[in-house]
Design a protein around this ligand. Structure first.
Ligand code: ADP
Ligand code: MG
Length: 135
């Protein structure tokens, strides 16, 4: 599926609309440059899962954050600062998300593919335009 958005809110909406279709164990691989809108989409995802918005609105610089209080826990991972594939392996991401939804930014850094993951690519267009492809 291919979509075009024109604002951060519209990109968050894509996550919001995706949320109801996700089950425990769902893995979302987010791929796109800095500023593409990966975090915006995850924020919408959290809202769509019913995570209280105040949980999600604070900016985070952590590698991994878990949001509770929604239909399913959401584990949000950002691999931006990790470059060593062994460090990434040690996170044990595959075992983490079994009872949650797992959303991984900079998923192209993963040393191994995760089975049945949903791949979301976000590319910059002109200005605020973003082209989003899902799976
Ligand atoms: P990433 O996590 O991919 O680095 P962020 O979601 O943190 O990106 O930031 C995206 C930035 O781009 C925000 O500053 C946002 O306001 C801006 N932006 C402009 N247009 C869009 C759009 N269509 N979708 C998402 N973000 C957009
Ligand atoms: Mg981000």
């Amino acid at each position: 599926m291919n979509l075009t958005t024109h604002s951060q809110e519209e990109t968050a909406d894509v996550g919001r609309r995706l949320a109801p279709s996700l089950n425990a164990g769902a893995v979302l691989l987010l791929i796109g440059d800095l500023g593409a809108g990966k975090t915006a989409l995850v924020r919408g995802l959290a809202e769509g899962l019913g995570v209280p918005p105040e949980e999600v609105s604070s900016p985070t610089f952590t590698l991994m954050q878990e949001y509770r209080g929604g239909r399913l826990p959401l584990i949000h991972v950002d691999l931006y600062r990790l470059n060593d594939s062994r460090e990434i392996d040690e996170l044990g991401l595959e075992e983490l998300g079994l009872e949650s939804v797992l959303a991984i930014e900079w998923a192209e850094k993963l040393p191994r593919a995760i089975a049945d993951a949903i791949e979301i690519r976000i590319a910059h267009g002109d200005g605020d335009e973003r082209n989003i492809s899902i799976q």
